[in-house]
Ligand binder design. Structure first.
Ligand code: DAT
Ligand code: MG
Length: 152
């Protein structure tokens, strides 16, 4: 089986509470991406500070940590060629007011602090975030029957 790129995607507390997990998953499944790991969990303050370490010191940081630890999230790993960039495009820009229609944030959210999804912004972030949230044994291997219709 061909090794394809992986990304970390998380439905944030607002997305879970609004019942948007299925909507997000459907978009990625319909696109042709492969789901290889998924779990619902409540993020600890310690994990939150490691995950969002790059934002420490910014004015929105404390609120961001409080929000991301406030209720369960659904953490996932998705696979596909160029999946990191593709998922970022499908998510839309950070501010939902500016996110294009057709994107998750453009279609499903209205406010920066409640933008329903997180997705890795580079292959390096993806590797870091995947190892923060998942053990190797939680990542699954299986064949997508549609793979020959999706790729060369
Ligand atoms: P992204 O989630 O698009 O990668 P980011 O990494 O810059 O965006 O920021 C992480 C999250 O922090 C973002 O999803 C929402 C929140 N955030 C970012 N900038 C903000 C701001 N200026 N005011 C309030 N919240 C902000
Ligand atoms: Mg980011």
């Amino acid at each position: 089986m061909k090794e394809r790129e992986r990304t970390f995607l998380m439905v944030k507390p607002d997305g879970v509470q609004r019942g948007l997990v299925g909507n997000v998953v459907s978009r990625l499944e319909n696109k042709g991406l492969k789901l290889v790991a998924m779990k619902m969990m409540q993020i600890s303050p310690e994990l939150a500070s490691r995950h969002y370490g790059e934002h420490q010191g910014k004015p929105f940081y404390d609120g961001l940590i409080e929000f991301i630890t406030s209720a369960p999230v659904v953490a996932m790993i998705w696979e596909g060629d160029n999946v990191v960039e593709m998922v970022r495009t499908m998510m839309g820009v950070t501010d939902p007011r500016k996110a294009s229609p057709g994107t998750m944030r453009g279609d499903l959210a209205v406010f920066m602090g409640k933008n329903i999804v997180h997705g890795s912004d580079s292959t390096e972030s993806a590797a870091r975030e995947i190892s923060l949230f998942f053990d190797q044994k939680e990542i699954n291997t299986y064949q997508l029957p549609s793979e020959s219709c999706l790729y060369d």
